[in-house]
Ligand binder design. Structure first.
Ligand SMILES: Cc1cc2nc3c(=O)[nH]c(=O)nc-3n(C[C@H](O)[C@H](O)[C@H](O)COP(=O)(O)OP(=O)(O)OC[C@H]3O[C@@H](n4cnc5c(N)ncnc54)[C@H](O)[C@@H]3O)c2cc1C
Length: 585
């Protein structure tokens, strides 16, 4: 019944990109910008959400956490998690031009070279660190600030190029973030000058994706802004793609376009792509769209009444993600940014300062930007019985330590609810080489229903052991004098979970009660040979369908040991190159 729907006529578009950072989201807009550099190629981006600046203060770094739950956030909720005592986890996700780069924490990283070498070893030619490092450089530029003269605000110019994504340090930092950097030496994490050159071990202040005048830079503000005046590039917002149009040509299927709903006008339309359809709808919605279009596991498709065109059991499987959990500490007011929540008059002063000069506490990303990355030695992995990581994922960071100037992640725990007349900071641990895999499935055969997201955090014993170990290491950091100079109250200020939690069993119980997502989901359409779990090949082409690629975080075959926006921009740069090569452009 595709031809019963309204058709946009003879399509002028070579490439039709769906959502994502390089399309409408993070990868989607970056890719669209690169493809449209060739004036002979026409590119259409269909984005389901609105433009991000419909939300006030979207570009104010200090307001980042306030974007969650607004109209530019899909706000998915996972299915009940057996591994997390049946809790359902809220999974924020950008639904806007710029995708998740428009609502994220603006922390920029790349991860260890061994991750990308592993991508190549698994069967993907030309994806090693040597291949991708120039693309990381190409996508970014570092905006030097005089802060570089200060300890821990360092960077190496060799790591950055002249690319669209600006990186710099905000002009305001809580002094106590430096105390964390000084204290973490107690567990062997040492200050380093740069983390983006392939060795992701150590600690420093982390640069943010913000402009020289300290405003958020999503892919809507960087890649797309630079390209939007080109006549061969069009971005249609509020255009929700519901299905890929597949045509059978002999024994092959070819993606010839998409069906989308114009959410503003209410009509449903077909649009054809002269060359390719590119999915950049992100790690949850790209597999959902494939399945709704008849590409995926037979059982899921049949259960939802979807005709099977290309059976591939790997679609939506193998999801890898970072989870984290926090220890919260009561501190003096000067060590925290809680005053922005607790005292409306101080929030107003900060608001005025940011409005006038883009400086002050609101120039600083709300969830902090001081992170340490720790590699566990072979001996430590052995003593934790982390057998799955030994020999395969040894040469990377295994634990990330975050410092946040708030009660994080902003929810009461079973042990403590934050109080208005108190201030807090927190230490958070993230497990960077998770063994357990989650998956994405369907709740129905309609795009308006969100995908069924199963995180399966800590579904493997190794993940639980590393999580417990990281908790104990955070407690050692908290005992250091540099931290204790700020704390208030008994037990070194620890209010959650507090001193009653001591044994491994008690610690695990606390983690299972409070762990949540770091929003780094990857792998649901992983780039691997199909018989090893792949959905796309190393040129990002979907197996079994011509004219269809995936370009977003879902293609990562191994999750990087870092925040993943930087790798998503890199993948968009790589995609632009392989697409142009494949079409001889
Ligand atoms: C709250 C949060 C905080 C984060 N913090 C950080 C951080 O500090 N640092 C970091 O490195 N990473 C961070 N991340 C992760 C990072 O931002 C994302 O992994 C990355 O942006 C994903 O890019 P993507 O292109 O794969 O997908 P997205 O950027 O999510 O893009 C998907 C796009 O597709 C659109 N779409 C989906 N379905 C359809 C459809 N059917 N039709 C049309 N459009 C559709 C969506 O509206 C969206 O715009 C964070 C993520 C979140 C959610």
């Amino acid at each position: 019944a595709w031809d019963e729907w309204h058709t946009d006529g003879g399509s002028p578009y070579d490439f039709v990109i769906v959502g994502g950072l390089s399309t409408g989201g993070t990868a989607g807009l970056a890719l669209a910008a690169r493809l449209s550099e060739n004036p002979d190629q026409t590119v259409l981006v269909l984005e389901g959400g609105e433009q991000p600046d419909v939300v006030a203060n979207y570009r104010t770094p200090g307001a980042a956490l306030n974007l969650l739950g607004t109209v530019i956030d899909s706000g998915f909720v996972s299915i009940p998690q057996v591994t997390l005592k049946d809790r359902q986890i809220t999974y924020h996700r950008g639904r806007t031009s710029g995708g998740s780069s428009a609502i994220n924490g603006m922390v920029y990283g790349r991860g260890s070279s061994s991750i990308y070498n592993k991508w190549q070893e698994l069967g993907n030619a030309n994806w090693s660190w040597t291949d991708v490092f120039p693309l990381f450089r190409k996508s970014t530029s570092f905006l030097p600030q005089n802060l570089n003269d200060m300890d821990f605000f360092t960077y190496d110019p060799a790591s950055f190029g002249n690319g669209p994504v600006p990186l710099t340090y905000p002009p305001w930092y809580p002094e106590s973030s430096v105390s964390f950097i000084e204290a973490i030496g107690a567990i062997g994490v040492e200050p380093v000058q740069e983390l983006t050159l392939g060795t992701n071990v150590g600690i420093k202040q982390i640069p943010n994706t913000i402009t020289s005048d300290y405003q958020r830079s999503s892919s809507y503000n960087n890649y797309f802004e630079q390209a939007k005046s080109r006549p061969n590039l069009e971005l249609r917002m509020l255009s929700q793609v519901r299905q890929i149009i597949l045509e059978q040509q002999g024994s092959n299927f070819v993606a010839t376009g998409v069906v989308y709903t114009d959410l503003a006008g209410g009509s449903t339309r077909n649009i054809t792509a002269k060359k390719e359809v590119i999915l950049s709808a992100g790690c949850h919605q790209t597999p959902q769209l494939l399945m709704l279009s008849g590409i995926g596991p037979q059982e899921i498709l049949s259960t939802n009444g979807i005709p099977i065109y290309v059976a591939n059991p790997n679609v939506g499987q193998n999801m890898q993600d970072h989870f984290y959990y926090s220890i919260n500490v009561r501190v003096q007011e000067a060590a925290s940014t809680e005053f922005l929540i607790n005292d409306i008059s101080r929030m107003q002063v900060a608001g005025q300062e940011y409005q006038q000069s883009h400086t002050g506490p609101l120039s600083y990303p709300g969830s902090g930007s001081t992170h340490g990355f720790q590699k566990l030695s072979k001996g430590e992995l052995e003593s934790l019985n982390a057998t799955e990581l030994i020999g395969s994922r040894e040469d990377q960071a295994h634990i990330e330590y975050y410092w946040e100037p708030t009660f994080f992640p902003l929810l009461p725990t079973p042990q403590y609810a934050p109080r208005k007349n108190e201030s807090y900071f927190s230490l958070t641990a993230g497990v960077l080489a998770p063994v357990a895999r989650g998956n994405v499935s369907l709740q129905s055969n309609q795009i308006i229903d969100s995908p069924a997201i199963n995180l399966n955090y800590m579904g493997a014993e190794t993940d639980r052991r590393i999580a417990i170990e990281a908790f104990k290491r955070m407690r050692s950091i908290l005992q250091q004098p540099q931290i204790q100079q700020w704390t208030i109250g008994p037990a070194g200020g620890e209010v959650s979970p507090g001193p009653a939690v001591q044994t491994d069993e008690e610690i695990l119980e606390y983690i299972l009660d409070t762990a949540t997502t770091a929003y780094h989901a990857v792998g649901t359409c992983q780039m691997l040979p199909q018989d090893q779990g792949g959905v796309v090949d190393d040129r990002l082409r979907v197996y079994g369908v011509k004219g269809l690629r995936v370009v977003d975080s879902s293609i990562f075959p191994v999750v990087p040991d870092d925040h993943i926006m930087g790798p998503v921009y890199m993948v968009a740069e790589k995609a632009a190159i392989v697409i142009m090569e494949d079409w001889g452009l």
